[in-house]
Design a protein. Sequence first.
Length: 250
Amino acid sequence: MKTPLAASALVLLSTGAFAETIGQNALKRVAPALEAYTTGPLQADVWENETLAERDRALVTFAAMLTRHEVGLLPDHIALALDAGVSPAEISETITHLAFYSGWGNAIAAAEAAAPVFEARGVDIADLPPVSPELLPLNEEAEAARDQMVRNNFGEVSPGVVDNTRDLLFRDLWLRPDLAPRDRSLVTVAALVAAGQPEQMPFHLSRAMDNGLTQDEAGEVLSHLAFYAGWPRVFSAMPVAKQVFEQRAE
């Protein structure tokens, strides 16, 4: 039996977002085979697979679309994420976080896409994360080791990147409390896969698992993203995931 969210995903994928751009019943008129894949493997199998919660799937999809600058699809997928239990504060914080990982322009475009959705749902500025919240505790030892490794490797290449990575990302952004560490890691990994940057995944996937993402969930994230980022990007990411899984099992 389809859940209400799964049913809304079906409407979104087969008529909603696409209808706004190329007309009602576009898939039936233009690519009926694509409609069959959408309502079959993607809707009935992937979105219904309980290995990854629907909320997580919606968040991963949003992160991938933001990264890929798929602005035409973002409003409906933001609404879908909200219906799945992602809060407006978490949407806001995901946009802020991914500015650093997917680029400022993509994040600004996502904010523009979210604005009418938030307005229609009565989301107020008070519902969103403050600019300067009380930060989560920092693991000083782990952060010192990470910073020293980066500084040793790249300190003479770009001191500014090294310093900003320490001060802006790991001593500020990653400690903001309105996106749980697991979710922050989840959207980062999704963005790296969607951007085709698997070389950056080992640290972030391992960190995601330290933050509570299971190996089964991580594998299902890849299965989900195959549909939204494409099989080639996912196959580029799978050897990296395999290496991380094997190293953590040692």
